[in-house]
Design a binder for this molecule. Structure first.
Ligand code: TRP
Length: 452
């Protein structure tokens, strides 16, 4: 019987470890690098509100569904989907969902690793005291010069990719578990410190107003799609990452409660990052919509101005790299788990091959910030295109299918048995995945396509 089956890849030692690992997956560049810059590009408050609504009504129910499906299937997402489809006597082709997830994971990691490389190089810059003085012009040119150099970007991308694959080769529940246990709280503390600095800029209120005062005239269909896509991205949903982590989760752990913790922690980190960054933006007359470089053009100003700033700068970027690492391993884990299960590879070989493929695509991303910046497809650079394709399209489509599968295809007694939720709580979850989440994704897509 599948119900008593354990994953061949091992199991988390406790519920707490699962929460750490899944939070580690969720909290990453998405919260600290991406959330502030897309909020800036999309006008602030209204965008943030749509994002928060998407986390609540779409993200959390789908996270519960993903963990639940993973734990029931106990294999890589591809094989889990096949198993669950058979169990529900549904079409076997549902396992395409696993395939799409593996592809999305590769594509996301290829640019994720390049950006994580930026954070790595900023550890060194902070250490060398490059931010001292904290002059915003100087900080900006530091960044511009850095991304103009393809070789620097590729060097740091390579370092990050190798680190990711070494960890993945050893199995995700090893050392990283211990690292995340103290790195996450440390990251949280340093973010509080940065928010404290933001309060001294004299522009704190303006920053908060930008983030929390919704002006709906500033957003259009594409902004709504970006907000929804980001809800998936930041919670690591829609591609099987949380599903594969769920497959290592012991029985009799409350899936719903766990999902609430993860989503709560993830949201708080993103909001803190925004609250640290926007006051600095306004205090220095910077542009909130200046794009992917936003945190690298703002936070160094804070480090350059505060006492012992170089030390806090080093700490911050080191922690950011670790947050990125604990996310990147979850992006590649579905692929590695599948290679181990179906191709009879060792974790090591599987990691090396997946790493090489991802690294190659990442090189194109690195070039798209400099020598290939003129090359565009649908008016987007390689980086923008990959980001749009994955976060705005593949993840919502994957999430839609997961919601439909858990709400319509899976037998109610199976999901109920797995979730151990009863009465109203179960009904609420079921209603959300059956109707609200799929309908919301569908409506946003129709809106973007201009149907209404
Ligand atoms: N959630 C991570 C972040 O915010 C990124 C990430 C990790 C991810 N695993 C994922 C995004 C799976 C989508 C799907 O940085």
């Amino acid at each position: 019987m599948s119900v008593s089956k354990k994953s061949i890849h091992g199991e988390w030692s406790s519920r707490f470890t699962f929460i750490l690992a899944a939070t580690g997956s969720a909290v990453g560049l998405g919260n600290i690098w991406k959330f502030p810059y897309i909020t800036g590009e999309n006008g602030g408050g209204a965008f943030v509100l749509v994002y928060l609504l998407c986390v609540l009504a779409i993200g959390i129910p789908i996270m519960i569904a993903e963990i639940m499906m993973g734990r029931r299937g106990r294999q890589s997402p591809i094989n889990t989907m096949q198993f669950l489809a058979e169990e529900a006597s549904a079409d076997k082709r549902w396992h395409f969902l696993g395939w799409m997830g593996v592809l999305a994971g590769f594509l996301i990691l290829s640019y994720y690793s390049v950006i994580a490389g930026w954070a790595l190089s900023y550890v060194l810059k902070a250490f060398l005291g490059s931010f001292s003085g904290g002059d915003s012009e100087h900080i900006k040119s530091l960044f511009d010069q850095f991304i103009a150099s393809p070789w620097q970007l590729i060097f740091w991308h390579t370092v990050f990719m190798v680190a990711t694959m070494v960890i993945v080769a050893r199995g995700v529940s090893g050392g990283l578990e211990k690292a995340v246990r103290f790195l996450m709280p440390a990251l949280f503390v340093i973010l509080l410190l940065l928010v404290g600095y933001a309060m001294t800029t004299g522009f704190y209120e303006q920053g908060l107003e930008f983030m929390f005062d919704p002006d709906f005239s500033k957003i259009d269909g594409d902004a709504i799609l970006t907000a929804m896509g980001h809800a998936f991205f930041t919670l690591s949903l829609g591609m099987g990452a949380i599903m594969v982590y769920g497959s290592y989760l012991p029985k009799h752990v409350s899936v719903a409660q766990t999902a609430l913790y993860i989503a709560g922690a993830d949201t708080i980190v993103a909001l803190l990052a925004g609250m640290a960054i926007f006051p600095i933006v306004f205090a220095n007359g910077l542009e909130p919509g200046s794009g992917p470089g936003l945190i690298f053009q703002t936070l160094p100003i804070a480090f350059g101005n505060m006492t012992a700033g170089w030390l806090f700068g080093v700490m911050f970027f080191v922690l950011l790299v670790f947050a990125a690492l604990s996310s990147s391993i979850s992006l590649i884990e579905p692929a590695v788990a599948w290679l181990v299960e179906n191709k009879d590879m060792s974790r090591r070989t599987a990691s090396i091959w997946s790493g090489i493929v991802t690294w190659l695509v990442g090189v194109a991303v690195a070039f798209s910030f400099n020598i290939w910046s003129e090359i565009t497809v649908f008016d987007k650079s390689v980086f923008d295109l990959l980001d749009y394709l994955t976060a705005n399209l593949m993840l919502p489509i994957g999430g839609f299918c997961i919601a439909v599968f858990s709400g319509w295809v899976m037998k109610k007694e199976h999901s109920q048995e797995e979730l151990e939720l009863f009465g109203l709580t179960y009904d609420l979850w079921h209603y959300l995945v059956k109707f609200i989440a799929p309908a919301a994704v569908f409506i946003v897509f129709l809106h973007v396509l201009g149907v209404f």
